[in-house]
Design a protein around this ligand. Structure first.
Ligand code: GLU
Ligand code: MG
Length: 627
């Protein structure tokens, strides 16, 4: 989670004083990188995944620190919670098809490395949200919140013992609240079951919580409830800045689709909720906007009315093809925007950066204030790394051989290395077909935002419809023409075309992923036609088949999403009282089950099929397996 520097961080008062300084120099650092590397071409495809599995060992353990010293093959980073660790492959994957066949083994190694430093009664799970995070006694050693809260911002549920001891994390947590001027407030709708009290109302000891908690919602009041959650992120290096901008734009409308497919987080603070994904919870958990910025009070002391949290969906496309779909009001720092234009940066890129820079720095390291803007980028990264959006456009860090990159950030982490690899390979292949066939998924960003809301709803894969582009074969990058066979078989008489005269229409996830005759070719069939024209060794072909089969069946509803499976587990548990409560016992049994599945000790046919081996590989990619 961004810049980790040894050394002390400044207080909030000192940080505020330096905001303008960080903004000015951060922009200057971006300009320097841009000018030096804008012409950089022919970087090859490299990519990597980041899995953030929390360590549910029930013990506070500076896990990442132990691992950093022991590990050569993998890279481990500390994360927000002391129960978490982030692992990336030791070096990025390359552009060959065979690389796709190394992901799962690499993830397995990472899991084994973590397990190897744990005690026998400890484990590591790749789960998105710990179901009883914030409940009494949810950690070991126990860390109860004091009966009387020490200050107006302190959480009723989470103590600082849960937060990583690196100064960055505690400082972030404190300064987000100071800046906001109020306690964090997260409200998630409760899942209404037969015996759930109606209305569902909890009473809290402090006034701020009583005011902020909504009826029929699960209330949470700390950054840990959001940034204590985990995910699967993917970073791609593009061959040039313009390819990176094109890819950033094209992947943005796919974020809600992949989020819904990967849904894995229905339980919060010991209750069953009515949502399936973590996204909105994290957004609220780091919402540092003041009341003025949130539009609750007229602007007086603050500069901008800001529409979203720092953790939210993107607000503008970056490529010229995306410009006409930029229909969200983009708040930007005009002075910094001018500074960027003056330096020769075009309007679209300048407004993107000037928009990120409406945010104040939250963490400043005392020793890293006066730095060389030609050689360093700390101040730029300071703002960039605390804009946690669905996509991230990443300039090359100075003095490295790294190129222009984009990061794909919506995916929820799955229980097993197999499922996580399936999502990784699916998204990597999507980038390959987007670039090879010059596809175009762009729709207005206001529609992408609507999709992101729909994606988090309970059972979105089967119940929600998503705005999706009808004709993905034109306009992607007008300099190239689409060369993909059969991407446009749209038929305007079809019932799914209820938004006539528009470039987009509402589709189900099944239609988007698997295609529907006369409506849309489907992402998997497009990927398959791409694969037919590629040389892929049979082992890799077999793995890809297994991965894409998982995505196909999740999309069609034949297999459950992780979220749906967790809900069903709770509902069927003998101790569950149909009252939306996830007791300690249910939580424990669920985690043991997840652990056994992740270690391969138990199958879970509702979540994934057993992989087939190469002798059963069908000749038709979507066809039945040979028996
Ligand atoms: N843990 C966050 C998530 O689940 C991501 C935080 C980060 O990128 O640093 O989306
Ligand atoms: Mg990351």
């Amino acid at each position: 989670m961004g810049l980790l520097v040894e050394g002390a961080t400044l207080t909030w008062e000192q940080t505020k004083e330096l905001a303008e300084y960080v903004h000015f120099h951060g922009i200057q650092q971006f300009i320097n990188i841009y000018n030096r590397l804008k012409e950089r071409q022919r970087d090859v495809l490299k990519w990597g995944d980041e899995v953030r599995p929390p360590n549910y060992s029930d013990v506070y353990l500076p896990l990442a620190l132990i691992l950093v010293t022991r590990s050569h093959r993998m890279i481990w980073h500390p994360e927000f919670g002391r129960h978490m660790v982030e692992g990336t492959p030791g070096k990025p994957y390359g552009g060959t098809m065979a690389d796709l066949n190394t992901v799962e083994a690499n993830m397995r190694l990472r899991r084994e490395e973590v397990l190897s430093v744990l005690q026998e009664d400890e484990t590591v799970s790749s789960i998105t949200v710990y179901p009883r995070f914030g409940c009494p006694g949810f950690t070991w050693p126990k860390s109860e919140v004091p009966a009387a809260c020490p200050d107006a911002f302190s959480s009723l549920f989470v103590t600082s013992n849960v937060i990583n001891t690196h100064p960055r994390f505690g400082t972030l947590r404190a300064n987000i609240q100071y800046r906001r001027g109020e306690k964090i407030a997260i409200n998630v709708p409760i899942f209404r079951d037969k015996n759930t009290p109606s209305p569902f109302v909890e009473t809290f000891s402090d006034e701020a919580s009583s005011r902020a908690a909504l009826p029929d919602h699960i209330y949470m009041d700390d950054m840990g409830f959001g940034m204590g959650n985990c995910c699967l992120q993917l970073t791609f290096q593009a061959c040039s800045i313009s390819e990176a901008r094109y890819l950033y734009d094209q992947l943005a409308p796919l974020c809600p689709i992949v989020m819904a497919l990967s849904a894995a987080s229905p339980l919060y603070r010991g209750y069953v909720s009515d949502i399936d994904c973590r996204w909105g919870v994290i957004a609220a958990s780091v919402d540092d906007r003041t009341r003025e910025e949130r539009g609750l009070e007229p602007l007086k002391n603050c500069k901008f009315r800001i529409h979203k949290s720092r953790y939210d969906s993107i607000d503008s496309y970056l490529s010229i093809f995306g410009e006409k779909y930029n229909d969200l009001e983009l708040v930007k720092d005009e002075k910094l925007y001018e500074q960027l234009l003056q330096a020769g940066i075009d309007h679209l890129l300048a407004q993107h950066i000037a928009h990120l820079f409406i945010r104040d720095p939250l963490v400043i390291y005392a020793e890293r204030i006066e730095i060389d803007d030609e050689q360093e980028s700390d101040h730029f990264e300071n703002i960039q790394s605390t804009n946690w959006q669905t996509m991230r456009f990443k300039p090359p860090p100075p003095n490295t051989t790294i190129g222009w990159r984009v990061e794909f950030r919506p995916t929820e982490v799955q229980l097993t290395d197999f499922e996580n690899s399936a999502f990784v390979v699916f998204v990597v292949l999507l980038t390959r077909v987007i670039l090879s066939y010059n596809l175009n998924f762009l729709i207005p960003l206001s529609k992408v935002d609507e999709n992101l809301k729909s994606a988090q709803k309970r059972d979105a894969v089967r119940q929600s419809k998503f705005y999706f582009r009808k004709d993905i074969g034109t306009g992607g990058n007008p300099e190239l023409s689409c060369c993909c066979p059969n991407v446009n078989n749209t038929d305007s008489d079809n019932e799914e075309f209820n938004t006539d005269n528009e470039e987009f229409t509402l589709m189900s996830i099944d239609t988007i992923i698997n295609g529907k005759e006369g409506v849309f070719a489907g992402l998997i069939p497009i990927i398959n036609s791409y694969l037919e024209n590629m040389y892929v060794d049979v082992e890799t072909r077999c793995s890809i088949f297994n991965y894409l089969r998982l995505i196909r069946k999740r999309a069609s509803g034949e297999l459950k999403t992780t979220s749906c499976w967790i809900r069903d587990f709770v509902a069927a548990h003998p101790h569950y009282k149909q009252d939306s409560v996830v007791s300690d016992r249910i939580n424990y049994d669920l985690l043991v089950r997840c652990d056994r599945i992740a270690r391969g000790l138990e199958d879970c046919p509702e979540l994934f099929d057993k992989p087939i081996n190469k002798s059963k590989l069908p000749t038709q990619p979507n066809g039945p397996e040979r028996s």
